[in-house]
Design a protein around this ligand. Structure first.
Ligand SMILES: Cc1ncc(COP(=O)(O)O)c(C=O)c1O
Length: 392
């Protein structure tokens, strides 16, 4: 299964394409497409809206999907997970309906300006809105390879810190944060962006230091626009629930989290298909996925260092340790979009441009491997880079 495209119709339809942009969005495998199709073909009940058999059945399937995704994320219970519109929707929910309560008496939000804008912006907006209550956004830095600067983090942290916003795997550098090493003050709660780790590396949220987290469904083989938010039960009392919102059918109370995050009609098909994606990945095993990605990333790093003019923008890759499979690089004297275009002409799709970051270096290019990629894909990328480097 690892290194094989056979479960991915979008990839088998284009056998010569080397798709290296999984960190933006993964193609859907057959079981996920089958799940989505079955949902759309089946009874059209609206989960939680109506007491007839179709509605009851839709609700049952929705809750089964929740349980599957919660288990995949390593939550203690299904009611700690709610479905959202991607990780962006999940983070906006957290700032609005949880963060504002945590910060009601003032305090600092620690964040990294070098993180994804979907993660940074909502917290900056909240800090701005709550400035009169004594809320501040305090920055900590990453080094040029994407590792959190621990001294800088320690300098920014204080007993005023209420929320630490961190990214599990960085979307450009591919670096995984060592959460244990972060000097998080006891006054603070950790909010973790797992958009790039879910589906690539094992996640055990209940055992981690994160009490709230966000996940992107379309980066872990779910349908576009799906996602999830995790809030540990101990944080549920801080969620703002609007009792009147969207309650036009029988009550569908699961937890304060689901009441607040799942207002209105639900995307039952998306939830079921996201659960199908979790089952698909579990069937392969995340340890195996992380190992496979480490092998590909190490092969790339090894080959890239032999090409004159290539600079790697992530920490050294150890083939023996699980890796995100996200690698970034720059080619001397060439803008990122030019390199990406040169690769695209050889049928290799990577990411360049702003990377959804605030001011990344304009020569940065990202290749993100996933479980369907193989060594041949890495070699095609290296050949493409060699050709691009020779143009300078
Ligand atoms: C680290 C990180 N956070 C958040 C997001 C936003 O995710 P979504 O597309 O699900 O809104 C992304 C997407 O690229 C990401 O890489």
């Amino acid at each position: 299964m690892l290194g094989s495209r056979r479960h991915f119709p979008a990839l088998t339809a284009e056998p010569d394409l080397v798709y290296l942009d999984a960190a933006s969005g993964t193609p859907c495998p057959e079981p996920v497409i089958a799940q989505l199709t079955a949902e759309l073909r089946g009874p059209a009940g609206n989960p939680g809206r109506g007491g007839h058999p179709w509605a009851r059945d839709a609700l049952r399937r929705f809750e089964e999907a929740r349980a599957a995704v919660a288990a995949f994320l390593g939550a203690s219970a299904p009611d700690e997970v709610a479905f959202t519109r991607g990780a962006t929707g999940a983070m906006a929910f957290l700032t609005d309906r949880w963060g504002a309560t945590v910060l009601a008496d003032g305090g600092d939000i620690l964040y990294c300006p070098g993180d994804h804008l979907s993660t940074v912006r909502p917290w900056l907006r909240l800090a701005e809105r709550m400035r009169p209550q004594g809320v501040r956004a305090v920055a900590y830095r990453r080094d040029r390879l994407g590792r959190i600067h621990l001294d800088d983090f320690a300098r920014a942290a204080s007993d005023r810190t209420r929320i630490v916003v961190a990214t599990d795997v960085h979307n450009l550098h591919g670096t995984r944060t060592d959460l244990e090493a972060l000097p998080i003050p006891p006054s603070a709660t950790l909010c973790l962006d797992c958009s790039q780790s879910a589906g690539r590396l094992p996640l055990r949220l209940a055992e981690s230091r994160a009490e709230v987290a966000v996940v992107s469904g379309h980066k872990m083989f779910g349908p576009p626009g799906t996602g999830a938010v995790y809030v540990r039960r101990g944080q549920h009392h801080r969620i703002v629930v609007d009792r009147a919102a969207g309650r036009s059918g029988p009550a569908r109370h699961v937890s304060p989290l689901t009441d607040a995050a799942e207002e209105g009609s639900l995307d039952g098909a998306g939830a079921a298909a996201l659960a199908g994606a979790a089952t698909f990945i579990d069937g392969i095993g995340l340890d195996a996925v992380g190992g496979h990605l480490a092998g590909l990333a190490a092969r790339f790093a090894d080959g890239a260092t032999r090409i004159g003019g290539v600079t790697l923008l992530g920490p050294p890759v150890d083939a023996g340790r699980p890796h995100s499979g996200i690698v970034a690089f720059a080619l001397d004297g060439q803008a990122g979009p030019d390199v990406a275009f040169a690769l695209e002409r050889r049928g290799i799709y990577v990411r360049a441009g702003d990377h959804c970051l605030d001011g990344p270096r304009d020569d940065a290019v990202r290749a993100s491997f996933h479980l369907y990629n193989d060594e041949n894909d890495v070699d095609r990328l290296l050949q493409g880079l060699t050709a691009a480097a020779e143009r300078t």
